[in-house]
Design a protein around this ligand. Structure first.
Ligand SMILES: Cc1cc2nc3c(=O)[nH]c(=O)nc-3n(C[C@H](O)[C@H](O)[C@H](O)COP(=O)(O)OP(=O)(O)OC[C@H]3O[C@@H](n4cnc5c(N)ncnc54)[C@H](O)[C@@H]3O)c2cc1C
Length: 250
């Protein structure tokens, strides 16, 4: 049985900005396509492509953030693959609706007999708790395997094997714990990313989703620093990491 102790976040896709030849911007400073796309959208609102204040992209976007001109950030979308999070964590994640798209591993189609389980951060590091927790998820997985076998026999009359398996797995998954690992592809525009991160990095957020938000933020800050520069990761009072934002919900 595989136990997972930390999430893994992989960037899958970023925007490709194509500057229109008839509306060129006087860019200043280095920037990624996603950052330039946001700057382009902001400058279009005021037809300030000539960059009268001589701002770099980072300075320009910071000013847009400070004004709360949020729609500018809806054009730039980043797609990530998140692995090593629990079903309960993904259930919290998918509550974020505006500007988000999800594709999550299906427990109806995928055999969970060899699924991994995500150990909650609160349990990690305490040997007795870890051992008891591991026994419980192992027992749940054994119950799942037994339920699939029983249900496959019950539905033996269903000729289509794929449909029979689906009938068995969709019922048997009910005994799997919230800790079962899921993999999920998430698409979100920068405004939506920022709202989710602000809520889930806070010390009031549940520990596992907070840890996931920290991992997402690190990927996004590396990819597009000017769009996430006002977020700061800090050590929380409980010893884990949390984050705060400079410009609240644009
Ligand atoms: C610490 C914490 C504890 C929580 N506890 C619980 C809990 O006990 N039970 C529970 O059910 N949920 C809980 N949640 C989830 C929470 O209620 C939200 O569903 C979740 O954080 C998504 O936030 P959101 O709706 O702002 O995000 P999104 O859906 O991404 O929406 C972003 C923003 O768009 C606007 N918006 C989106 N949809 C609408 C709409 N239909 N009408 C008007 N404006 C809209 C709002 O301004 C919203 O903030 C908790 C969240 C946190 C962070």
């Amino acid at each position: 049985m595989e136990l997972i102790r930390a999430p893994r976040v992989t960037l899958l896709a970023r925007p490709q900005f194509q500057e229109p030849a008839h509306l060129p911007v006087q860019w200043k400073g280095e920037a990624t396509d996603g950052e330039r796309l946001a700057e382009f959208a902001g400058r279009l609102c005021y037809m300030s492509q000539h960059n009268p204040a001589g701002r770099t992209t980072a300075e320009y976007l910071r000013n847009i953030l400070s004004q709360g001109h949020g729609s500018v950030f809806e054009h730039t979308t980043y797609v990530v693959l998140i692995e090593g999070i629990s079903r309960s964590c993904s259930h919290e994640l998918v509550r974020h609706r505006a500007g988000w798209g999800y594709s999550q591993l299906s427990q109806r189609y995928v055999d969970e007999a060899h699924a991994a389980f995500v150990m909650p951060p609160a349990i990690q590091g305490e040997a007795e708790l870890e051992a008891a927790w591991a026994r419980q998820v192992e027992a749940a997985q054994a119950a799942y395997v037994a339920a699939v076998e029983g249900l496959m026999a019950r539905y033996a009359w269903v000729e289509d094997k794929i449909h029979r398996r689906k009938l068995a797995r969709e019922a048997a998954r009910s005994v799997l714990p919230n800790a079962t690992e899921v993999k999920i592809v998430c698409s979100a525009n920068v405004r939506a990313w920022r709202t989710m991160l602000e809520l889930r990095l806070g010390e009031g957020a549940e520990l596992e989703i907070r840890r996931m938000a920290v991992a997402c933020l690190r990927v996004l800050q590396q990819e597009a620093p000017a769009l996430f520069a006002d977020f700061e990761i800090y050590p929380a009072s409980d010893g884990s990491e949390a984050g705060r934002v400079g410009f609240h919900k644009v």
